[in-house]
Design a protein around this ligand. Sequence first.
Ligand SMILES: NC(=O)c1ccc[n+]([C@@H]2O[C@H](COP(=O)([O-])OP(=O)(O)OC[C@H]3O[C@@H](n4cnc5c(N)ncnc54)[C@H](OP(=O)(O)O)[C@@H]3O)[C@@H](O)[C@H]2O)c1
Length: 339
Amino acid sequence: METNLQFRLAARPVGMVKDSDWEQYSPELELLTDGEIRVKVLYISLDPAMRGWMNEGKSYIRPVAIGEVMRAGGVGVVVESKSPKFAVGDYVSGGTGVQQYWTGAADDKTGNFHKVDPALAPLTTYLNTLGMPGMTAYFGLIESGQPKAGETVVVSGAAGAVGQTVGQVAKQLGCRVVGIAGGKDKCDFVVNQLGFDACIDYKNESVKDGLKQHCPQGVDVYFDNVGGEILDTVLTRINLKARIVICGAISQYNNTTPVKGPSNYLALLVNRARMEGIVVFDYADRYHLGIKALAGWMKDGKIKSKEDIVQGLENFPLALNMLFEGKNFGKLVLQVAQH
Ligand SMILES: NC(=O)c1ccc[n+]([C@@H]2O[C@H](COP(=O)([O-])OP(=O)(O)OC[C@H]3O[C@@H](n4cnc5c(N)ncnc54)[C@H](OP(=O)(O)O)[C@@H]3O)[C@@H](O)[C@H]2O)c1
């Protein structure tokens, strides 16, 4: 009988996730019952949010329980079906978890699978620009950031999954776009390949000086993926009625001390500015509109989707930590099987 390698949460991490926070299991695959499908997982999406899901406490989604298969989005292919909803050979995207096979009811709310077409875009794109990070970027920028042509948009984590799409969409909307990213290669990429107007290498230059130089008219929209000191510094350059989109704060996720809040928050008062948190799931009923817009720009060659693919489910713990070390270049995806 075939087995299913799974990564289950063994302990709640303190600081960076350690190998001992995971346990590997390989249960045998069981026979399907009526209404069920089996999905062979091809790619798993590695997301900074996974670190938060490992913590106890109230959030926008319940924590992963100790002993539970780690939650993850993924793309796979249906290999067995006892449901009219999916046929063998259908490619699907949904909540696969960190494992080789997902088995359950075709209409299961956690799996929440929908079909994707590999003829329209590479499968990994459905985990990036045409998936959750793309939806976060599109709706977070447009609905919360409300950028207008001619305004200056700054985005941190600029070469990452969400950041790359935020900047490219803002360019399509006629904005001046300045990225913030770690390292020369990432900065060169977002300017030369993605068309950003400038990029500040926060690891090698002063963010304050970079903002002065590249945002001479100030900052109208800041799309924040990182929090911490960078958020504090951008606050010193915002314009009247600026919009700050709090998408994430990856610089704080592994803290063993309290999260560093923005000490410059009075810039919001002085500038009658707004800071708003967003959660992508709130836009779920309109994802089809975001996908249509982004797919259209991609088809016209106006938006690119860059993924960074790591091979092998066994490398999951190491690959997840790449996000927090800035080692991923583009949307980080784990390839579990060939297709
Ligand atoms: N609110 C929502 O619904 C929602 C949905 C999706 C994602 N998010 C958030 O969006 C953010 C980006 O997610 P993503 O999937 O696009 O990840 P990503 O940008 O593809 O990968 C994470 C990147 O964060 C940067 N980083 C890591 N540690 C950092 C630090 N201490 N200071 C500054 N930058 C650091 C690294 O880039 P550098 O090399 O440039 O440092 C790293 O490559 C995360 O905060 C995530 O939690 C929120």
